[in-house]
Ligand binder design. Structure first.
Ligand code: G3P
Ligand code: MG
Length: 226
């Protein structure tokens, strides 16, 4: 079972910060997950919400602020909102990265950034995994990048996943724990797709997921599973 550090090790460090990703890597995760938005000055920044209010000392929409303005905010324990570049530099291929396309208009710049890291920094296609609840953005990404692995995110039961997975050449269907059942997992598997489950913080659920042959889980507490 692949254990993915959700927003890093966000149960014990401020989510989506360099400290959180470093902690997850030290816990031994093979993959971290992060969320990407684009700010007013054009950079890809790593933050979950469209506003900075919940996770930082600041207020307002990410898309209204320049990188310089965003960096004034405290993202917890003195951390700042990192750019995707900063996270890649920190991770330096010690873990794979699941980039969740969160804000609008991030598919093309993310594909461009991956291309740059593969061409110039020794990263491999397998080091990246792209996902999104925004299936249009996944299509845009796939038109540019034919190779990277894609997971289709669903908030509820993954109705219509078969056609979409085919169109996207997706690798996995990523579903919340509350909809997981042996029947659903079998159905997804029967179409040659993996099942990735979020967000699992109770280690007692691990056995159940293993029995269903779920391929990966996202957790805020990777050390509970490793
Ligand atoms: O990819 C799993 C999970 O990150 C999806 O939900 O809201 O935590 O980004 P969210
Ligand atoms: Mg996410």
């Amino acid at each position: 079972m692949l254990i993915i550090g959700h927003r890093g090790a966000s149960g014990t460090a401020p989510e989506n910060t360099l400290a959180s990703f470093e902690r997850a890597i030290r816990m031994g995760v093979e993959m971290i997950e992060l969320d990407v938005h684009r700010c007013a000055s054009g950079e890809l920044v790593v933050i979950h919400d469209e506003k900075i209010n919940r996770t930082t000392s600041g207020k307002g929409f990410v898309s209204d602020k320049t990188l310089h303005e965003l960096q004034q905010a405290d993202a917890g324990e003195g951390e700042r909102i990192p750019t995707l570049h900063e996270v890649l530099r920190l991770v330096n291929r010690r873990a794979k990265i699941n980039i969740e396309l969160k804000g609008s208009g991030v598919a093309a710049p993310t594909a461009g950034l991956l291309h740059y890291y593969k061409e110039n920094r020794g990263w491999q296609t397998e080091d990246f995994y792209i996902s999104s609840f925004d299936h249009q953005q996944l299509m845009q990404f796939r038109e540019i990048d034919r190779l990277s692995k894609i997971g289709i995110l669903y908030e509820r039961h993954p109705h219509g996943f078969i056609a979409l997975a085919k169109a996207l050449k997706a690798t996995s269907v990523n579903i919340p724990m509350r909809v997981v059942s042996p029947e659903l997992v079998n159905e997804i598997h029967s179409h040659g797709l993996e099942v990735w489950v979020y967000t699992v913080n109770n280690p007692r659920l691990l056995k159940r997921l293993q029995e269903m042959n779920v391929e990966a889980l996202f957790t805020n507490y990777p050390d509970r599973f490793l």
